[in-house]
Ligand binder design. Structure first.
Ligand code: NAP
Ligand code: GLV
Length: 310
């Protein structure tokens, strides 16, 4: 096997990666064995590498991010100059995210947190149900994952709008773009789905002013990155009823510290950064395809732009 890939994953499952890469004739070596393979490694598949580690590989040609987001690769000494970075775009990751978003929008739309509370108190209290087509889901970040979630929500007959940097054409989804169109997007959004990357432009975007532009009683679902949200402002908006509920998968600090007020907030649902997880069986295909392209001198797919941040 002439293609050697160094793997540093987010979960401890090296043998699974190695088995899947072997099917593509790629030899995976574990991160801890870097010193032994320094000269032969041409590719690296990484999540949160230590500063300087990738720069110590003299024959490294391409870096693959285990994650769709590349914020974990931003920082002094993380990525050696001139080495391309490919971000993760693969079917399971997209499917998992669509499930998480659809599940949470439906959960709020059908007031499941309220019924769960009622059940705890043995309360039988039917509430009037609204039609999906009378409700608007707004997707903040209409990229690979946001577009797929938008299409799925539209299939369930929600009115779906999206916001991105550039105009988008997603069937049946109204595209808002740029700073000027953020306000009209927010004014309609009853279910805010956050799927932006974390960049210099987006950090802290979900602050008090932003939340106050949403209709009163809106819901927030954050599957993008924790630092997109100003925690104090979201907690205040939840306490004031401006935001009726939040499903949070990502946090400013992970693992979420035990003292975080989110843990005990009655209107907050927490998951530990699992909205969607990169799976070796499917993602190794994406990596193997790109390695093949690279060897044939073709352009890589899903190249990230480190200076842009996604
Ligand atoms: P993507 O395809 O790169 O899409 C990013 C979207 O954000 C694009 O529509 C982009 O607009 C928009 N955007 C970026 N900066 C913007 C700005 N300043 N103003 C307005 N729009 C902006 O990324 P993706 O694959 O959908 O992934 C999105 C994020 O999801 C990742 O970066 C990661 O943080 C998160 N994620 C989380 C999990 C999890 O388990 N929680 C799993 C996977 C991914 P343009 O297209 O117009 O440039
Ligand atoms: C996970 O958070 C990802 O960016 O893929």
């Amino acid at each position: 096997m002439s293609n050697v890939i160094l793997v540093k994953s987010d979960f401890d499952r090296f043998s699974e990666w190695a088995d899947e890469f072997r099917k593509h004739d790629i030899l995976a070596v574990p991160w801890d064995d870097m010193a032994r393979h320094r000269e032969t490694v041409k590719y690296a598949l990484v999540w949160q590498p230590e500063p300087g580690a990738l720069a110590s590989l003299p024959n490294l040609e391409v870096i693959f991010s285990v994650a769709a987001g590349i914020d974990h690769l931003k920082g002094e000494g993380l990525v050696p100059a001139g080495i391309p970075v490919v971000r993760m775009v693969e079917d399971s990751l997209t499917a998992g995210m669509v499930e998480y978003i659809v599940y949470n929008v439906l959960r709020f739309h059908r007031e499941m947190p309220v019924y769960e509370r009622d059940q705890t108190n043995r309360i039988w209290k039917p509430r009037v149900q609204q039609s999906a087509w009378d409700r608007t889901a707004g997707i903040l970040g209409l990229g690979v994952l946001g577009s797929a979630a938008a299409v799925a929500l539209h299939r369930l007959q929600f009115n779906v709008i999206g916001w991105s940097r550039n105009p988008k054409q997603v069937p049946e989804v109204t595209s808002y773009f740029g700073q000027d169109q953020l306000e009209p997007f927010l004014e309609q959004t009853e279910f805010l789905v956050i799927l932006l990357p974390l960049t210099e432009d987006t950090g802290g975007i979900v602050n008090r002013d932003f939340l106050n532009k949403l209709p009163r009683g809106a819901y927030v679902i954050n599957a993008g990155r924790g630092p997109l949200v100003v925690d104090e402002d979201l907690l205040a908006a939840l306490d004031q009823g401006q935001i009726a509920g939040a499903a949070l998968d990502v946090f400013n600090q992970e693992p979420l510290p035990t003292e975080s007020p989110y843990w005990k907030h009655p209107a907050v649902t927490i998951t530990p950064h699992v909205a969607s997880i990169t799976l070796p069986a499917t993602s190794t295909r994406h990596v193997a395809d790109n390695i093949q392209r690279h060897r044939e001198g073709k352009p890589l797919t899903h190249l990230a732009d480190l200076s842009r941040g996604y």
